[in-house]
Design a protein around this ligand. Sequence first.
Ligand code: AVI
Length: 332
Amino acid sequence: MKAETGISLVDLDEDGVDRAFRADVLKGLRQQQKAVPARWFYDEEGSRLFEQITRVAEYYPTRAETEILGAQGAQFADLIGPERAVVEFGSGSSVKTPLLLEAIAPAAYVPLDISGDFLRQSAAALAQKFPHLPVYPVEADFMRRVSLPDEVSALAKLGFFPGSTIGNMVPRTAVDLLRSMRATLGADEGESPMLLIGMDLVKDRAVLEAAYDDADGVTAAFNTNLVSRINRELGGTIDPAALEHSAVWNDDLARIEMHLRATRDFSFEVSGEKFSLRKGETIHTENSHKFTRRSAYTLLLAGGWTPVRRWLDEEERFSVILAIATEQREAP
Ligand code: AVI
C-alpha cells in the first residue's frame, strides 16, 4: 500500500485558516440568496453526524443502496468481469466497498479522496480485509482529472461512485465531474472504462422531506454544525439559536434543498465582515437531486457515459447504474 503524496491538499493561511473555506463562505454570504457549498459540512463532527444520518430510520438511501450491492454481485461479476482496477471516487465505505470487491475479484483498488487522514484510515481497513488485493490510495481532488498510480496503468478500470453524491451537484457540475472521471479512468486509452454509480430516485415528497428532516434531529444537527464550524474556524459570531433547519422538496428542479432559516432579524460577522439576515431569510446549504430513469440516463450520457444496466432495491427507492465510457454518435 502506498500513498502518492504525504503533502496535504488543504491550503492554510498564516493563522491556520483554510483559505478555500473562507473564500467560499464569504462569497456565499455576500449573495442575495446566501449559500455555503455542501462540501464544507464534513469537518470531523460533520462526518460523524453524516455517519449517524445513514442509520436513522427515515434516511433510506444507504440501506437501499447496500441492499442492491449485496443482492446483485453475480450480475456485477458477469457484466464487469474480473481483474479490473476499481477506482473509488471517495474514501470508501466499510460496508459498501467490500460488497463490490467481493463480487468482482478486481486486480487492484484505488480510493481517491481529498482528505488524506480519512483516506489512509479507510484504505488500511480495506487492505486488512482483503490482504491479497493491492490497495493504492491517492490523495487528490477527484473533481479534476487525477493521475492514477503506474501500478494500475495496464489494467482496465471500473469507477465506483456510490451514495448518490452526484446528486449533491447541480447538473453542470455533475457533467463536469462525469467528464473528469472519464479522463481519470483513461477513456481514450485501452479498454473502455466502466462506472458503477448510485443515484437516488424521485419519490413521494413526504418520504423525501422526512429523510432530510428526521424526527431525532440528526440532520438538523448536521446542518447546524456548519454554523459551529464557521464560528470556530472563521471567527464567526452567528447565533446558532437564531437559525432553524429546513429541508424542502423543489419539484421544478427535482431536489431536496437544505437551508438554515433565520427565526428573527439578526446581524453577524465572519472573518471581520458584517452580514445580516431578516426573519425568514435563509442560508442555502445543500441540494440533493433525485433522478428518474430518464433523467439519470440523460445526465450520464451528457457526461460521456452510456448506461448498460440499472438495478433497484426491493422497494424501488434507489438505483445503481452500470455505464461504459463509449461516446454516442453525434447524429442518428
Ligand atoms: C452525501 N450525500 C449524498 C447526502 C445526501 O443524501 O444528499 C448528504 C446528506 N445531507 C443530508 N442528509 C444526507
